[in-house]
Design a protein around this ligand. Structure first.
Ligand code: WTA
Length: 664
């Protein structure tokens, strides 16, 4: 137990000193809040209130933190588990909570986003600017026929228009369906098709490290014939490339705004009005359309953003380096920060362009006080070296956060020493697309932290561990579940209630949410997330389903069969390894490997490309024909093989082991 008074300069100039400092800290199990850190929002009352009566606690927070048109009288309705509702008879508008109320309180000139472009361009977007554009776009969408409940797709890079697009949907009750900009247009098509999107908002071209990809042209080629998709709105992006426009269907974003009426009063919507769908990977090839509704989701994002990061909207400058296409971007770039009226940095580009120090340059330039990123990014920065952050003054930082995967203690300590100067609390926030907001996390400056542990449940949240048989585990490892509903939980899978119940609420009954992660509880009641227990791979904090990648691979004409597993990777956490059997007498070579990787990139996106492809004459199967991925994983990670007695043909494993043994 220690209060680490590690000085900022320790080891930054000298690699050996830094290594020695980190090495010496590895034995420290627990970091108590530093006396030098002054918490702004006290939390004791919240903890006590949530423990005494969670529903009363959430009701009070919903009254305090959100602005309502019609106050709610009901809090939780749990009469039909697992279909829970929160605050169901209340009416509100989410964009009003994120924009109008701040402008009405005289904070219209406050910066919402300091946008920083890849080529160093700067744009300052105030709350008043966002409100003006949101109203015009909301009117513009209405003029294209969008009504409350209709789905609007959003496929945009990290530019302020992405926030405007989401807020404009929320203003009129349209349901947004954002697709991560790194996905391939065919993945966009699938998501638009299954959600019956009426309009897609996209960009002419997206920049990445000095090159501009023609997004709109690619979208046309893939989505041109979708019957429900009536219109495509095209933002002229930074470094605009122009785009082919189809008369009657396509409209430029800036022209739509210019001709739309400036006023669009926020439409009062029911607390349970659907807000967005976000597709995420599950254990089958078909992505899950996770559906969130209005008030409960907004409450979760608003409350946790404040409580976890100790945000003071009047003084903090906040930056979350995620992409808005993931849930982290929804909750902690757009909705949480805007609802709290915070000033944020939004950065368009990659962490290594134009140079490896760009992130630290931005922190220095905008005097960022709260920084939130992913462990994989931290590990990459470690690889590049402490000299890059060492070039910049990072003394504005107060709080650091991580999300997306377990953080290894060494990366935690590097973050703590090199970026946080030993003085910033680190909040390791555990949550999921489904949970809407963080559920297990330290409260900055309140919770003692242990490197690698997401620590304790947030107020109002009830996680537990169960054994395979459903027995409670009070210390040791088990299956992570949440035993009570919480406001920002998903409400269903879009148009698939059955899959919703089956995926999350069948194993231990309809009131126990099964997370899909295994975890360990230590003697202090701290949670240590181990990882997924389903067929989901976590590559650099991005969720991918083995089945989805397999189905992309087998769609290639040369392939007869494929099995995909995860392999431990120091940089990305996990990496994708594909075992592939080719059709006919074709044999695997480098050209085929490159072709398959490119094929997966085209069908899903670059992030789904297998790191390794292993050619297999046959795959290990049980007598009933099920591929035994567990054994393939043993092979990929070079481990001794687990039980092979249930295999139909044990010789398959011998052949594979011999092959991989020589290929590596
Ligand atoms: C993993 C991202 C350990 C976990 C917000 C979860 C984590 C999945 C952490 C959800 C963390 C997320 N420590 N593991 N702090 N945060 N995970 O839906 O396996 O993209 O189930 O949401 O990421 O990924 P998703």
């Amino acid at each position: 137990m220690t209060d680490t008074g590690v000085s900022v300069s320790t080891g930054l100039e000298n690699v050996a000193d830094l290594e020695a400092t980190l090495e010496s800290l590895l034995s420290v199990e627990r970091f108590d809040p530093s006396a030098a850190f002054t918490r702004r929002l006290p939390m004791d009352a919240d903890r006590a209130a949530a423990e005494a009566d969670p529903n009363a606690f959430w009701a009070r927070k919903a009254e305090e933190l959100l602005t309502w048109h019609t106050p709610f009288t009901q809090v939780l309705d749990d009469s039909n588990p697992p279909f829970y509702t929160w605050f169901a008879d209340g009416m509100l508008n989410l964009s009003e909570n994120c924009l109008d109320r701040h402008v009405a309180a005289g904070r219209g000139e406050r910066v919402a986003f300091h946008w920083h472009g890849e080529e160093g361009e700067r744009r300052t977007v105030t709350y008043a600017d966002l409100l003006a554009d949101t109203q015009r776009l909301a009117n513009g969408l209405r003029s294209l026929g969008v009504r409350a409940g209709d789905v609007v797709g959003i496929f945009l890079p990290m530019i302020p228009e992405v926030a405007v697009a989401m807020l404009a949907c929320a203003r009129i009750g349209a349901v947004h369906n954002v697709v991560f900009g790194g996905f391939a247009p065919s993945a966009v098509r699938e998501r638009m098709e299954v959600s019956d999107a009426k309009v897609l908002i996209t960009v002419d071209g997206a920049r990445r490290k000095g090159r501009t990809a023609p997004v709109k042209a690619a979208v046309d080629a893939e989505l041109g014939d979708l019957p429900a998709l009536g219109h495509i709105v095209v933002v002229s992006g930074p470094g605009g490339t122009g785009a082919p426009m189809t008369a009657g269907r396509d409209v430029w974003y800036h022209e739509l705004l210019a001709t739309a009426a400036p006023d669009c009063p926020p439409e009062p919507l029911s607390a349970e009005h659907p807000l967005f769908i976000l597709y995420s990977s599950g254990s089958t090839a078909k992505p899950k359309g996770i559906l969130h509704t209005t008030a409960g989701y907004l409450l979760g994002a608003t409350y946790t953003h404040r409580a976890v990061f100790d945000i003071d909207p009047d003084t903090d400058v906040y930056w979350c380096s995620a992409d808005v296409g993931w849930i982290t971007g929804h909750s902690y770039i757009v909705y949480g920060p805007l609802s709290n009226g915070v000033t944020s940095v939004m950065y368009e580009g990659a962490p290594d362009y134009p140079d490896y120090d760009i992130w630290w340059r931005l922190i220095e330039e905008y005097k960022v006080t709260v920084f939130y990123t992913a462990p994989t990014a931290i590990r990459t920065c470690i690889k590049w070296g402490a000299r890059y952050p060492g070039r910049h003054d990072l003394s504005s930082l107060r709080v650091l956060g991580t999300v997306g995967e377990p953080i290894n203690p060494k990366a935690w300590l590097w973050y703590h020493v090199v970026i946080g100067g030993g003085r910033c609390p680190i909040v390791d926030t555990w949550w999921q697309t489904e949970t809407g907001s963080a559920l297990i996390s330290p409260l900055a400056g309140v919770t003692s932290t242990k490197p690698g542990s997401a620590t304790l449940p947030l107020p109002g949240i009830s996680p537990a561990l169960l054994s395979e048989d459903g027995e409670p585990v009070t210390e040791g490892t088990g299956i992570l579940v949440i035993t009570k509903p919480w406001p920002s939980m998903l409400r269903t899978l879009y148009k698939d209630d059955e899959r919703f119940v089956k995926t999350y609420f069948s194993r231990f009954g309809p009131s126990t949410y099964v997370v899909g992660d295994a975890a360990r509880l230590d003697a202090d009641g701290y949670f240590w997330i181990i990882g997924r227990i389903d067929d989901v791979i976590n590559v650099s904090g991005h969720r991918l389903s083995t089945a989805e990648v397999e189905s992309a691979i087998v769609a290639h004409e040369a392939v007869a069969e494929a099995a995909v597993v995860a392999q431990y990777d120091e940089q990305t956490g996990q990496a994708i390894v594909a075992f592939v059997t080719l059709a006919g007498d074709r044999s695997g070579d480098e050209a085929t490997e490159a072709e398959l990787r490119e094929h997966v990139a085209r069908r899903i996106g670059k992030l789904a490309r297998p790191r390794r492809i292993i050619w297999a004459d046959d795959l290990p199967k049980t007598r009933s024909g099920k591929i035994m991925r567990r054994l393939l994983r043993d092979i990929a990670e070079g481990r001794e093989l687990g039980d092979v007695t249930t295999l139909r043909d044990p010789a398959v494993m011998a052949a594979l082991t011999a092959k991989v043994g020589t290929a590596r």
